[in-house]
Design a protein around this ligand. Structure first.
Ligand code: HEC
Ligand code: HEC
Length: 426
């Protein structure tokens, strides 16, 4: 029984009792003698009216209890359809913030590297060459850089989905390689545990570079004397070229593809005027609206080597019209996707895993609705932590969306943006 009902009965029972007493008095003193009723008749009439009064009292109690009680849970919580593969941690969506106050941090100037693959200058130089190496594709026409154009497309390809060997279209958008070094898991669904593991994927993927086998990659590079020397310099022994080392060298190069020079980083490092007013408003909103629940830490992703905790989340978590409009479900199922990093996100559209959205304001609206429930257009009362709390579920206003987009633009690297503009005006 809830507390409102207890309170109500505490008042209701004495009041109803008093009413019954007054009724009996009226019938016995006034109505009874006037109508010439005998003793039994007077009691019968009292009982009849009394029952009516009691029933009325009960009805009022029930009506008030329904009105004041907690909202039925099923209606007030966002609709979660739990995919079969979701673990408990992933289903806690969004995860509670680690501290009440969000801490803003700048990107480190160096990316962490595994002990067995230090980021030495020799490995980086070799990795850079391999990143542009078309021999690593089946038909000799594609390199990593064909899809991850470092400057003209900010490390991505500017297409909705990737175009692989023989012009085949993939099903996923190409993410940028910039700052991938800070992510704890790679690919949209987070299936690769490291840059080393990731690099082997596209070379052999029949839809991407379509090379027949690891041995074929080794054979092609071994035929080149310059590669033999470079592998020896990078790995320092007599039989150096292996598929695993190709991946290691590429990963070492990718660890240098980092951008700690965005207006946001300059602001956090103490340059007070680095952000515009709109960007500052957007930064505040990014925290209060709840984007930081998932896009947190210096790489703006909870899938980060820099203290990330819940790498993957259900997306879209709440039902919105966007999911059919942009085909965001997989065969009608909600997917589990890695929390994307938002660094340079303004430069890497179109967006989302299927590349279906080509407007950044629209992505912000989708996130607010699908991940934070800001779509219902109403205000709900929730019975959380045994206390009633008001949750604003109305969609973001256009000013808020514009401010959030302005903040996302503050995550673009100054040098990368300048290079991109230079490439475009060529
Ligand atoms: C045909 C285009 C294409 C080529 C060629 C290609 N990639 Fe990719 N790359 C993609 C796509 C698409 C994804 C996302 C795939 C997914 O999530 O399933 C991706 C994902 C990645 C990621 C993960 C980024 C992240 O944030 O998770 C890295 C790193 C990467 N590629 C590096 C490389 C390297 C290194 C090569 C060369 C060995 C390469 N790519 C070749 C299209 C390509
Ligand atoms: C519950 C976790 C969660 C919350 C909260 C959240 N996001 Fe996301 N966000 C994700 C996931 C997961 C993805 C990857 C979606 C996909 O795979 O298509 C993503 C993707 C994005 C992207 C697209 C990245 C790209 O490269 O295509 C942007 C932009 C973005 N979020 C911004 C925001 C903003 C702004 C907010 C706050 C209004 C927000 N997100 C709130 C989990 C979240």
């Amino acid at each position: 029984m809830n507390s409102e009902l207890t309170d109500l009965l505490a008042i209701g029972i004495p009041v109803t009792g008093l009413g019954m007493a007054a009724l009996a008095l009226m019938i016995h003193q006034e109505l009874g003698p006037f109508a010439g009723l005998d003793r039994a008749g007077k009691w019968l009439l009292s009982a009849t009216f009394g029952m009516g009064l009691l029933a009325f009292g009960l009805k009022m109690a029930v009506a008030v209890a329904i009105e004041n009680g907690p909202a039925p849970l099923g209606e007030s919580l966002p609709l979660f359809a739990r995919p079969a593969a979701a673990s408990d941690a992933e289903f806690a969506n969004p995860a509670p913030p680690r501290s009440a106050r969000h801490v803003w941090t700048a990107l480190p100037e160096v990316a962490p590297a595994p002990v067995d693959n230090p980021t030495t200058p020799e490995r980086v130089a070799l990795g850079r060459r391999l990143f542009f190496e078309k021999k690593l594709s089946g038909d000799g026409k594609l390199a990593c850089a064909s899809c991850h154009d470092l400057f003209a497309s900010a490390g991505a390809d500017g297409r909705p989905t990737a175009k692989g060997i023989a012009g085949q279209l993939g099903t996923r958008n190409t993410p940028t390689v910039w700052n991938a070094a800070f992510q704890s898991v790679l690919f949209w669904d987070g299936r690769a545990p490291s840059l080393e593991a990731q690099a082997m994927g596209p070379i052999l993927n029949p839809l991407e570079m379509g090379l027949a086998s690891p041995a074929e990659a080794e054979r092609r590079l071994n035929a080149d004397a310059a590669y033999r020397t470079e592998f020896q310099a990078a790995f320092g022994d007599a039989a150096p070229i292996s598929f695993a080392r190709i991946a290691q060298a590429i990963a070492a190069f990718e660890r240098t593809l980092i951008t700690p020079d965005s207006p946001y980083d300059r602001f956090v490092r103490g340059e007070a005027r680095a952000l515009t007013r709109a960007q500052l408003r957007g930064m505040a909103l990014f925290e209060t609206v709840g984007c930081v629940l998932c896009h947190r830490g210096p790489n703006f992703s909870d899938a980060s080597l820099l203290g990330g905790e819940s790498a993957r989340r259900i997306f879209p978590a709440n039902a919105t019209p966007y999911e059919t409009k942009y085909g965001l479900l997989n065969n009608g199922e909600r997917g589990i996707w890695r929390v994307a990093s938002l660094r340079n996100v303004a430069l890497t559209g179109p967006w989302l895993h299927n590349g279906a959205v080509d407007s950044l304001p629209e992505v912000v609206r989708i996130m607010a609705g699908a991940q934070l429930g800001r779509s219902a257009g109403l205000t709900t009362w929730l019975d959380e932590k045994s206390a009633l709390g008001k949750v604003d579920r109305s969609p973001l206003g256009e000013q808020e969306v514009a401010d959030l987009v302005a903040f996302l633009e503050a995550l673009s690297s100054d040098s990368l943006r300048a290079r991109m503009q230079a490439e475009k005006s060529r």
